[in-house]
Design a protein around this ligand. Structure first.
Ligand code: AHR
Length: 652
């Protein structure tokens, strides 16, 4: 028995020795008795842009593409259904006596009376239907000639009929008809067919199909699984609607929030700026229906507990595109749009725009506190416009914090120029963007240590590590990229007095229709998977703490260790975040200086794997946080951080 124990002991010592030989020795001291800055409770947030089919074909749960026949090629997304005998009828797209003047095109089906004749819709790269779900069909229909039956049908990708319902008794004026469909099988690539049976002429507009189960079960609402992924991040804020989409390639195609509220059918379709942006990723079927408009945006913020951070166009089209500028003496309508947006969000119900909010079902204010002026703007032309916006907004709404732009790069001349000017102007918050290799993120963990504590605050508003290079189609959401972001975020957190907000970008990507990679959350017609980068964002949000605690890391040369710490006031826990980006485990001596009594269970959450590991629809949890408990006794203890890992340690 004694021999056995000795052997086990010897084996254990040998194992430790092997691990220690591989591991980098380091000491990490957390000054728990020297609390620093109060962290912004809304520090970790979300950046949303309608890129990669993020809204239409994504968050907005409409399943029919080009439901109003307003695309420049009005039958985009629609295919003629001709019976086996080849007879049928005629399709035409007309605008006279429309259902809706804002979106005047509609479809006329002339059925010759042989076999049923009509159209089918392909959805946004397929219509995802689930056999457990109910689908609500609606359309504006006008009977012109005859008394036909209209069949509304769902077909699987293989052509199998999944369900069919009949509509009849059409009036000679436009009228909305509804039907309910229950597909008998699940199919990611189904189609919706609308066929006229009988000799007749019938007009159709706004042909729509929604799952019954949307987020909060709102009819015509948002995709529940996608919003759930956002809610699970517990975001502090939600920036919207972008991104370059705010700017538009030319000013006439800019995002105008006033065109996105009120009845959905009145919202005028607009070409999506990502439709044509990348010659290597053309998306000719990408348009904005604005079904997810500014009312739905504010409502979403409220639903998921995020502070709204809307952006408005500042009289500048995208400087990468036309760089079209609204002359300074004609900027008034743009500034008025910004003022009206604040009134729409916060104004009393007897104000012009507050009344519109109330009419849409939300008399209470949305508590807007921040507003972005422009997106990725640069140069004196931006400063000139920003001053006019800031003067007008601060005069009327001094409490609104303004977010200003520092261009597309985190350190070039445009960036330095913007910072110099905006500092002189005492700007509130400056939006910094960075898309770079993981090495940039690892090397910039001390970027904010020397920022002016009395200058403008920082919003690290768009960032993502690029495994290849920016806008490369080969970029992947690898663990290495996620760890580099986690490492950089230790620096954001340690400098929480300067960096008040941060968000990864872009947010969503439809796996069949993306323009930009990497992205935080990937979706297809039926599901969602969360990337390693998502879990990093989520872990920061769930473990943000209230106050920064100073950390001192003494590590061997070459160690890829990064750390930050905070304290959670309500639980009294010290929250330690450690990134070990090395390929070997790191054995670290932890010293919670200033704590007399430390004992009991510490909660451990670890995200780890191989640097090139990713998640996918097939393996969504490949890289995902694993939770456990470690026993701690005393303020000094040894902990081994796995190779290629991000660890959160919560010690009471
Ligand atoms: O996140 C994608 C794009 O990157 C944003 O629209 C823009 O602001 C940045 O250039």
């Amino acid at each position: 028995m004694k021999t056995m124990k000795l052997k086990n002991w010897f084996a254990a010592v040998m194992l430790t020795a092997v691990i220690s030989a591989n591991a980098h020795a380091a000491t990490l001291t957390v000054q728990t008795d020297q609390p620093g800055a109060q962290l912004n409770p809304e520090m970790w947030g979300i950046f949303f842009e309608d890129i990669n089919f993020g809204a239409d074909g994504g968050l907005y749960a409409e399943l029919v593409k080009n439901r109003g026949f307003e695309f420049p090629e009005p039958l985009t997304g629609w295919t003629k259904i001709v019976g086996n005998k080849g007879s049928g009828g005629e399709l035409s797209v007309l605008t006279d006596q429309p259902y809706n003047a804002a979106n005047p095109h509609y479809l006329r089906i002339l059925s010759a009376g042989g076999e049923p004749f009509g159209v089918s819709n392909e959805g946004f790269r397929g219509i995802g239907v689930s056999q457990d779900e109910t689908y609500d069909f609606s359309a504006a229909i006008r009977g012109v000639i005859g008394s036909p039956v209209v069949r509304v049908q769902l077909y699987g990708g293989d052509g199998a009929l999944l369900d069919t319902v009949e509509l009849k008794d059409f009036t000679s004026g436009w009228k909305k008809y509804t039907a309910t469909l229950h597909p008998k099988a699940t199919d990611p690539k189904a189609r919706l067919a609308v066929v006229v049976d009988g000799k007749a002429v019938v007009d159709f507009d706004n042909i729509s199909l929604f799952p019954r189960h949307t987020w909060m079960n709102r009819p015509g609402g948002l995709r529940a699984d996608m919003v759930q992924a956002l809610a699970d991040m517990h975001p502090g804020f939600l920036r919207f609607p972008g991104g370059c989409i705010v700017e538009g390639p030319v000013l006439s195609l800019r995002y105008q929030w006033k065109k996105t509220i009120g009845p959905v059918e009145d919202r005028q379709l607009l070409i999506n700026r990502w439709n044509t942006e990348f010659a290597h990723r053309p998306t000719p079927d990408y348009f904005q229906s604005f079904g997810l408009g500014f009312f739905e945006y504010f409502q979403l913020c409220e639903d998921i507990g995020a502070s709204p951070l809307p952006l408005v166009n500042c009289g500048m089209a995208c400087e990468f595109n036309s760089n079209e500028l609204c002359p300074l003496d004609q900027l008034e309508p743009y500034i008025q749009d910004a003022l009206d947006l604040i009134e729409f969000a916060n104004g009393p119900t007897n104000s012009t725009w507050g009344a519109k909010r109330a009419a849409m079902g939300h008399p209470e204010p949305f508590h807007l506190k921040m507003l972005g002026v422009g997106n990725e703007q640069w140069g004196q032309q931006y400063i000139d416009r920003y001053i006019l916006f800031a003067n007008a907004i601060k005069a009327k709404y001094p409490e609104i914090q303004l977010v200003s732009a520092a261009g597309p790069d985190p350190g070039d001349d445009r960036f330095k120029f913007a910072w110099t000017k905006l500092r002189e102007l005492h700007a509130d918050i400056i939006d910094e963007h960075c898309y770079a290799n993981p090495s940039w993120f690892f090397e910039n963990t001390h970027r904010y240590d020397n920022y002016d504590r009395n200058g403008p605050k920082v919003f690290f508003g768009e960032y993502a590590a690029q495994s290849d290079y920016t806008v490369s189609v080969k970029n992947r959401n690898t663990l290495e990229c996620a760890l580099s972001e986690a490492a950089c975020m230790t620096g954001l957190e340690r400098n929480g007095d300067v960096v008040r907000m941060a968000s990864y970008a872009p947010l969503f990507a439809n796996s069949d229709a993306w323009q930009w990679t990497p992205d935080l959350i990937w979706v297809n017609t039926l599901g969602v998977y969360r990337t390693p980068n998502y879990y990093v964002q989520q872990l920061y949000s769930l473990n943000h703490g209230d106050v920064v605690l100073p950390v001192k890391l003494d590590a061997a040369a070459g160690a890829k260790l990064f750390a930050s710490a905070t304290r959670d006031n309500s639980s009294g826990e010290v929250i330690l975040k450690v990134v070990n980006a090395d390929n070997a485990p790191a054995s670290v001596q932890l010293n919670l200086a200033g704590l007399a009594n430390v004992s009991g269970d510490a909660k451990l959450t670890v995200l780890a794997g191989e640097p090139n590991d990713e998640n996918s629809f097939a393996t969504p949890q490949n890289i995902s946080p694993k939770q456990s408990v470690v026993k701690v006794s005393g303020a000094e203890f040894q902990h081994e951080f796995p190779a290629n890992s991000f660890t959160i340690l919560r010690v009471k």
